[in-house]
Design a protein around this ligand. Structure first.
Ligand code: SIN
Length: 348
């Protein structure tokens, strides 16, 4: 792997593009979905949860044939389940780009060659080596002012084994914190930086389009559609916690990394096959491609993503998973009692 050092190549390099300005994206397509998602789910031959917390596999659906109504339902399913998986997709690269455009303005990775997609390849190397870049959990380029929301990765070719991807729910990670840590983290923001990737790219012969940036985002964010709170943690791009002293920040980041790495119960691990797709909500999920142990030339995928909103935290209008479950149980109980009272009145 290429070290992230300030080499002469870095010093003499000038990126061609200006920084991307912040903007307000169009209304999230999940807002237009039917809450039961029936136009999509009724067409599936099977809808299987990968784990109770995250990940649903849809069978019998071709992304290339979705109606707009089904696309909206799919967005809601992705927002609710974190990631949706499908196999044996016949969608072409142009159709994939068109589908991404339905969900928003296409995001462009700083190192992306083709404006329409990122080519994802196999990852090797010694992941335990110092400065091995890319083997860590991450949300895709969270340093942007408008980091990606809906992100679709379609594998074109895959090795017979190895190269799986693990997805972890940041909504559940937040929910598993103690109320004291939840409250504390709600008051913090983190600096997400593209500097390390920028240096590694140039030192490896890459030509990043844009100069590195560092952006402060809330450490806990509200999902605009589900209104659930999730952690907005990213071990690859977060440099420090803005409000804390250096050692305090290191301590909190070390805790968050351990919290994430211990979350086996909050993950979905996906074994790829050619034509398989993972469609995730980058706002509430971190992922990592497991490197090593296979022939990296046998793995290739095409990733498309769209810009989401600038991450925000709305304490007045969001809740944790547990708070939501408890509120719904209470409402159901109250409704149940009201229903029984009404029945009793009618019978008397
Ligand atoms: C990514 O980091 O977006 C790609 C994930 C993968 O290679 O599985």
């Amino acid at each position: 792997m290429v070290a992230a050092k300030i080499s002469s190549a870095v010093l003499s390099y000038t990126p061609p593009d200006p920084p991307i300005k912040e903007f307000t994206p169009a209304r999230d397509r999940a807002f237009f979905a039917d809450p039961t998602k029936k136009s999509l789910l009724s067409q599936a031959s099977a809808v299987e949860e990968i784990t109770p917390t995250i990940g649903t596999e849809l069978k019998g659906i071709q992304l290339s044939k979705l109606t707009d109504e089904q696309k909206d339902d799919l967005a809601l399913l992705v927002a609710e389940r974190g990631v949706v998986f499908l196999r044996d997709q016949d969608i072409t690269l142009d159709q994939q780009h068109e589908l991404a455009s339905y969900y928003g303005v296409q995001d462009k990775d700083p190192n992306q060659q083709d404006p329409k997609h990122v080519t994802i390849i196999g990852r090797g190397g010694n992941i335990r080596q110092h400065d091995h870049y890319g083997a860590e959990y991450h949300g895709d380029h969270s340093f942007e002012l408008n980091p990606p929301s809906y992100t679709l990765l379609r594998m074109v070719k895959t090795p017979p084994s190895g190269g799986d991807t693990i997805f972890t729910s940041q909504t559940a990670l937040f929910d598993k914190l103690s109320p004291t840590f939840q409250k504390t983290f709600e008051s913090l923001s983190a600096i997400h930086s593209s500097e390390r990737g920028y240096l590694a790219s140039i030192n490896g012969g890459g030509t990043p389009h844009r100069a590195p940036i560092a952006t402060a985002h809330p450490l806990v964010r509200t999902h605009p559609v589900t209104r659930l709170k999730s952690l907005n943690y990213n071990p690859t791009f977060i440099e420090r916690i803005e409000e804390l002293n250096g050692q305090e920040s290191n301590y909190i980041l070390a805790f968050l990394r351990e919290h994430l790495l211990n979350a086996d119960d909050l993950t979905a691990r996906w074994k790829w096959t050619p034509g398989a797709v993972a469609f995730w909500d980058n706002r509430i999920v971190v992922h990592k491609a497991i490197p090593g142990g296979y022939d990296v030339t046998l793995r290739e995928g095409k990733r498309t993503a769209v810009h989401g909103e600038r991450p925000f935290f709305d304490p007045e209008n969001s809740e944790s998973l547990t708070e939501r479950r408890e509120r719904l149980e209470k409402e159901e109980g109250t409704n149940g009692v009201a229903h029984k009272d009404k029945e009793a009145a009618l019978n008397n």
